[in-house]
Design a protein around this ligand. Structure first.
Ligand code: PLP
Length: 830
């Protein structure tokens, strides 16, 4: 049957049906029970919570797919310019609650489940996290997908479908152990396997020069081929019918290169070799700041980039035949430099396969790519050894050399014989290990280079990419990060969501976050204060129960819940926090009873994963437990101080912890945190921030007023001079005392902690803990004073939420859309 006939028949059939899936309680109950019976294959009279969750998830998925189909048909019809967001990591967390909220059918589902004898929230707890990312960069990608869908932008996300997400952290005797995250073990109802959407991705081999039609050209003869199979994850927008697609690629064996082994009878080896292909998408690298030029990592990068570009070009070619139109239809966003091999791949496809001449192809590449850099130090930028790149992707290495050659020629016109500058700007780094600087490749090509906060952009302009900024100042833009209020208020803090909607008299802020500033008007209203405090107490109660279940530590709800949750890093200075806790403990120990009555009780909560090979970070985790052991069991201290380490920090844990926090700490040495997005989530949830003037905290202070947070520490521009002073720089006496307590074995494990103490003493202290300690303690004291005055505290808390509007990813995405990508909304009609 011809396609036209089939379409006509389908349209007729659709006319006979009732249209969209129904969302009344009876229809939802029927759908859930049908899925129990036909998808989960259990009796509809006998199924447990997990099976109920699976059936529920499948019924939500049906509704997602419905909108997702409509959206893609609509995009196809309108053929707008699309944004393709390439990211090696997406930290999506759970999908159920977010999906039903964005689809606008949460109440109906809650009701349907009650009728069936289930509780929506209990079933939601059955879902595991999709943790295909390390931290900020990956969660940012997830927030941005939510905003792209909500704002009706024609967007696609592309990434890797890792079999194992970020490792699970378990704690044994206070030490971190890593366990694999088998997240796909029980299936994943949120994805759709697209076996028919697959592309071969090639590696290794050689490059030959040939003459074709009288023209010299390069032919890459690859040595290995792996199949990339698409798994689609619909992302629903809020308050719109649009649902966009996050397409993740899984590696599967390809038959092409194995046939010979089969025919020569080497059957077993042929099968084993086929299995090896799958390792490409096996596991996420668990290090969020440094990349060591590993072959597998390069293969992961190229694998997802190549498949994505084949998909994008196929879609373009469905409707267009002239690549002159490519920049009118395609914008490619590179999330950090990880996908920047895509620049060489676009050049390879356009020149080698589409036969465009180099200048035309380069013109196209330069008008479609933009990059967001997340690094703050030149040392943090990714480099790939030339030998490795030349072996895995020989043709790409040649292309990069050619791009570099032309770049150098252009630079000579501007900078003459300034060879130092030319070598700094070169894509090829000469040295002991000759390497390709992926950031320089991105800078040479991308029309826009984005920093993720104003301070960070300054760092890029004045330090990391100074030479490039002097040449191309117009490329550099600030796109301060944001987070989605749908996930971080509506899903994770429903009581706060109701309060905001009630006091603003509208739910419109969920799509238009600027309205949240309207809360400022009521910041002193005693009725709002009562509701606000009740909300916080209920959230603290939930968190306290969670803490007790995990750690057996009972905490008082009257205490200030003081939280630092994020990846463990020397620069994020969890150690400063712990040393501050030791100081507090030491003070309490030396107080008489009347002084103790004036102490503000605290529950100090720390959570975060250390990269498996990161010794200092692992010692910090152990120190936290050692201090907790001592403090929590000291009868002199009681409820005045409790220390808790929450294991296995991930998105779902964040959703529980953030709403229950009073104070949150962001302690990076100024100049080391590009933006930070954790702080924005706390801000939205009315937690007060204790922070250095680093990353986005500077802009937060502008929005809510510095008086509404507790800022401390050296400023970005003071840090280099302080470091210069080096060994002569002494921390305070208090600092020396707390470090000495650790050194002397007051918390046990004397030998084990010695090297950790060395990092902040004896002229080490690269991250200036000693220098910042005194002002850190002052900021902590200011937080105590503010907490005693609960009226003041609540007012500051309301003003924090009210001032959080700028830090919505909706604002970030609007800026990208207008200033970088040049795309327009494409709204699917209801
Ligand atoms: N990890 C998870 C699970 C998160 O939800 C976030 C939040 O943004 C981060 C890491 C990043 O936190 P931060 O910006 O505080 O480092």
């Amino acid at each position: 049957m011809e396609f036209g006939d089939r379409k006509a028949k389908a349209e007729k059939m659709f006319g006979l049906m009732d249209g969209f899936l129904k969302n009344d309680s009876i229809s939802l109950q029927k759908d859930i029970l049908d899925h129990v019976e036909f998808t989960v294959a259990r009796s509809r009279f006998n199924f447990d919570d997990f099976e109920a969750y699976q059936a529920l998830a499948h019924s939500v998925r049906d509704r997602l797919i419905e909108r997702w189909h409509d959206t893609h048909l609509h995009f196809k019809k309108k053929d707008p310019k699309r944004i393709y967001f390439l990211s090696l990591e997406f930290l999506m967390g759970r999908s159920l609650t977010n999906s039903v909220i964005n689809l606008g059918i949460q109440d109906q589902y809650a009701d349907a489940l009650t009728q069936l004898g289930f509780d929506f929230e209990v079933l939601a707890e059955q879902e595991g996290d999709a943790a295909l990312g390390n931290g900020g960069l990956a969660r940012l990608a997830a927030c941005q997908m939510d905003s792209l869908a909500t704002l009706d932008y024609p967007a696609w996300g592309y990434g890797l479908r890792y079999q194992y997400g970020l490792f699970r952290q378990i704690i044994v005797d206070g030490f971190q152990h890593e366990q694999p995250d088998f997240w796909l073990n029980f299936g994943n109802p949120w994805e759709i396997e697209r076996v028919h959407v697959s592309y071969p991705v090639k590696f290794y081999g050689t490059v030959k020069e040939e003459v074709l039609n009288g023209k010299k050209c390069k032919i890459w003869i690859p040595g290995e081929s792996v199949e990339a199979v698409a798994y689609d994850n619909p992302i629903p927008g809020y308050g719109t019918r649009n649902a966009i697609n996050l397409r993740l690629w899984a590696a599967k064996p390809s038959d092409q290169y194995d046939m010979e082994s089969y025919t020569t009878g080497d059957y077993i080896n042929a099968i084993v070799n086929r299995q090896k292909a799958e390792t490409i998408s096996n596991v996420l690298y668990p290090d969020d700041r440094s990349y060591q030029g590993k072959e597998l990592r390069l293969k992961q990068q190229y694998f997802f980039v190549s498949a994505s570009l084949q998909d994008i070009i196929r879609r373009f070619k469905d409707l267009h035949s002239n690549f002159d139109e490519f920049p009118d239809k395609v914008a490619l966003q590179i999330n950090d430099t990880h996908p920047s091999i895509s620049i060489a791949e676009v050049m390879r496809v356009l020149v080698d396969e589409e036969n465009l001449n180099w200048s035309k192809a380069w013109g196209i590449a330069c008008s479609i790519f933009s990059v967001t850099i997340h690094a703050v130090q030149p040392e943090g930028l990714e480099k790939i050894p030339v030998d490795l790149l030349g072996s895995v992707l020989p043709r790409h290495l040649e292309i990069i050399y050619e791009i570099n050659h032309r770049l150098m020629e252009e630079l000579k016109k501007s900078f003459g014989q300034d060879y130092d500058r030319l070598s700094r700007m070169s894509i090829v780094e000469e040295g002991a290990v000759k390497s390709i600087r992926m950031a320089n490749l991105s800078l040479a090509c991308c029309h826009t280079v984005n920093g993720v906060s104003r301070v960070h952009l300054e760092t890029l302009k004045t330090r990391v990419f100074k030479d490039f900024y002097e040449l191309w100042p117009q490329k550099f833009q600030c796109k301060t990060n944001g987070v989605t209020q749908r996930r971080w208020i509506v899903v994770s803090n429903p009581s706060l969501c109701s309060i905001i909607s009630k006091w603003l008299g509208t739910e419109a802020w969920i799509r238009n976050i600027d309205l949240i500033a309207g809360l400022r008007e009521y910041a002193k209203d005693p009725d709002l204060h009562t509701e606000w405090k009740n909300m916080k107490r209920v959230n603290k109660m939930r968190l306290a129960e969670y803490i007790e279940t995990l750690t057996s530590v009972k905490v008082s709800l009257d205490a200030m819940f003081d939280v630092q949750i994020k990846r463990i890093h020397a620069y994020k200075r969890q150690l400063l926090n712990i040393l501050g806790i030791i100081h507090r403990y030491d003070c309490i120990k030396n107080m008489d009873e009347s002084d103790k009555r004036r102490v503000v009780p605290r529950v100090c909560i720390i959570g975060g994963k250390a990269a498996p090979g990161y010794e200092v970070a692992k010692k910090i985790i152990k120190l936290c437990h050692a201090v907790a052991d001592k403090v929590n069991n000291d009868p002199d201290v009681g409820d005045l101080l409790k220390v808790v380490f929450i294991p296995d920090y991930n998105v779902s844990v964040a959703e529980l912890v953030i709403p229950g926090s009073d104070l949150s700490q962001h302690l990076s040495t100024a100049g080391h945190e590009a933006s930070g997005t954790g702080c924005m989530k706390f801000l939205m949830n009315g937690c007060l921030l204790l922070a250095t003037a680093d990353g986005s905290a500077v802009e937060i202070a502008e929005e809510i007023g510095a008086a509404n947070m507790f800022l401390f520490g050296a400023k970005v521009d003071e840090v280099p001079a302080l470091r210069e002073k080096g060994t002569t720089l002494k921390g305070s006496l208090q600092f020396a005392r707390v470090v000495r307590m650790v050194r002397d074995g007051y918390f046990g494990f004397k030998d084990y902690f010695k090297s950790l103490c060395d990092t902040v003493e004896d002229g080490g202290d690269f991250y200036l803990l000693g220098y910042d300690f005194a002002s850190y303690l002052e900021a902590q004291a200011a937080a105590d004073r503010a907490f005693v005055d609960q009226v003041k505290w609540t007012q500051m808390s309301i003003l924090s939420t009210a001032g959080s509007g700028k830090f919505s990813s909706d604002r970030t995405i609007e800026e990208y859309a207008q200033q970088s990508w040049g795309i327009e909304p494409c709204k699917c009609p209801f």
